[in-house]
Design a protein around this ligand. Structure first.
Ligand code: ATP
Length: 235
């Protein structure tokens, strides 16, 4: 479904991604783990068209997407849930969700998808009219995810959904990622919380200072000494 081939991304003269290649197959949950500053967010921003690689290719369903505008990429089925949620604070929950569908014209289905999101996140249903800036961190994460789902993505890019949230809320959000995946959405999940990410993923990549240093099935990585030591809090 997605094939990233040898991309290099720079911020000025900072070389943030170095010859990165990875693959996501349809139906999978793939996780990209790595420490602060490893380049995880940079990779997601490059996939969704916010950053342009200096070299390399990104194939999405056989189309080359490097250089395409972010809007075109969303339309083709890739939605990004950014780090730090970024909901529109002065707008209600429902308005935020509707914005997620702004590129769509199929009114009838948009209504259905809104109901679907409320079913997934009953708390958002209760808070439809509430200003998003007054939601808790966990609720904002759910809203950001709901908003991305309103674009009917085939591939959902999630940037550190666990950040700053209590373990119980993280568990809930990860359960919903699994549900959405079972219902047909492919997921690329970026996480510092390697433990949680590997527990739901099919496959994983480890990114260190802009380079992929390890990859394999989630199970293999959970058992790898290097991953245990560096990312799972010791062997
Ligand atoms: P975090 O979890 O802390 O967000 P990350 O793995 O997502 O980490 P990135 O945000 O992708 O890391 O950052 C990768 C590298 O690029 C870091 O060294 C960072 O300082 C640098 N970087 C990120 N954004 C910019 C920017 N806008 N301008 C310059 N350098 C940047």
């Amino acid at each position: 479904m997605l094939k990233v081939n040898n991309i290099d991304v720079y911020y000025g003269n900072i070389h943030a991604l170095k010859d990165v290649s990875l693959e996501v197959n349809e139906g999978e949950i793939v996780t990209l783990i790595g420490a602060n500053g490893a380049g995880k967010s940079t990779l997601l921003k490059t996939l969704s068209g916010l950053l342009k690689p200096k070299s390399g290719h990104i194939l999405y369903q056989t189309q080359q997407i490097v250089g395409k505008p972010a809007q075109t990429i969303v339309k083709s089925g890739i939605s990004h849930v950014p780090e730090g949620r970024r909901v529109f604070s002065n707008m209600s929950v429902e308005e935020n969700l509707e914005l997620g569908a702004f590129l769509r014209k199929d009114r009838e289905n948009i209504k259905k998808d809104l109901d679907y999101v409320y079913e997934l996140f009953p708390i958002l249903d209760e808070r439809r009219k509430q200003l998003s800036g007054t939601l808790s961190g966990g609720e904002q994460q759910m809203l950001a995810m709901g908003r991305a789902l309103m674009a009917r993505p085939k591939l959902l890019l999630m940037d550190e959904p666990s950040m700053g949230l209590a373990p119980l809320i993280v568990k809930k959000i990860f359960e919903i990622i699994q549900t959405v995946n079972k219902e047909g959405t492919t997921v690329l999940l970026v996480e510092q919380n390697a433990n949680m990410a590997l527990s739901i993923a099919d496959r994983a990549y480890v990114l260190e200072t802009g380079k992929i240093v390890l990859s394999g099935s989630a199970k293999e990585l959970q058992e790898s000494d290097k991953v245990k030591e560096a990312y799972l809090g010791g062997a």
